[in-house]
Design a protein. Sequence first.
Length: 447
Amino acid sequence: MARLFGTDGVRGLANRDLTARLAMDLSVAAARVLGEQGEFRGHRPLAVVGRDPRASGEFLEAAVVAGLASSGVDVLRLGVLPTPAVAYLTHQLHADLGVMLSASHNPAPDNGIKFFDRSGHKLPDDSEDRIEARLGEEWDWPTGAGVGRVRDAHGAVEQYVAHLVASVPVSLDGLRVVVDCANGASCDVAPEALRRAGAEVFTIGTAPDGLNINSGCGSTHLDALRAAVRETGADVGIANDGDADRCLAVTAAGEVVDGDQIMAILALELRETGALTADTVVATVMSNLGFKLAMREAGLTVVETAVGDRYVLEAMKAGGFVFGGEQSGHVIMLDHATTGDGVLTGLHLLAAMARRGRPLDELAKVMTRLPQVLVNVKDVDKTRAKTSPELAAAVAAAEADLGETGRVLIRPSGTEPMVRVMVEAASEEKAHTVADHLAEVVRTTLR
């Protein structure tokens, strides 16, 4: 059977894949596993639970709270808050466990569950495996005073916003900003944090109804933000996704600034202020070659990981690095957060503009994005993608053809019978030509 936990918790179609029963069972199993690991020794356990505004989050929250309380864990309901806020508050409120209900950038019918340890980091793979193995087990349930108590947290938004604003090194006074909250978890947090930091703020995507999260808005749908920036004459647009762990940006002219460009800008800011440990940035294999070339030109080292912000974080912790992220807009600033934080990233991007007195389009010129083409080849045997000699030979030939001005990445999908073919080249035409050729090789050799 496939592993229930993916790279970002358990995710699926709410009430079909992710049911109330599964949510409760996961919470019970998490409480049992952490208890047996000694995490609750010597004190009464406490968990915090947050969610994004999806309609399904209401019944899933009830199921998670019931599972935890029935296992003897006290619960603080945080309500609707970004994923990074739940991670931060887990640590700040001295909770033993944090739970976030969100499917991030996915459409409204999906939902997910992710767990955080008391330090605010996602649980490691081995803890998730133990939780999965204990699902549905019978045990001696607590009774009477042994059951958990449930209450609502007060002041959680205020505590998180104050933390965000305190991290900003300069005033954002004079900057006009449009923020798109994706009708998601950052609707209260992002505009407030930006205003307190000094920016003049316009908002879109701040009317969640439980069903419109990520719908035509947010970091996966930037057209509305681009239009709003032009209409308001704003200096910049900031886009979060549904749970606000991502940030993408738009220049005053409506040009998109992706996660690689944001990382490049912030890496140089951190280096200039002496805050970039070992002059090193952690990024995934999907980061644009232009990013890596720009970092090398600036004298910075790039450590590469597999795709997924948890792998970026693992490499950062292992190497003692403080900065990393993904092209998709997950940016991790370990001096201020334990996970990707879209609101935090946006604030620091604006701070770079304010400190340097330069518009975003000029700052983004620190790197030149090479044309990147991605082809998804479906219904093939993805297990042979890394062992096929024919495919390996075709990739080697393509890499020799591209030289130092391009690269090839063949990556089996983690969830579907699909192989992803990514090619970067000096021109769009060249990238398409090489990608289409390699996609055909995948189709014919991995049937």
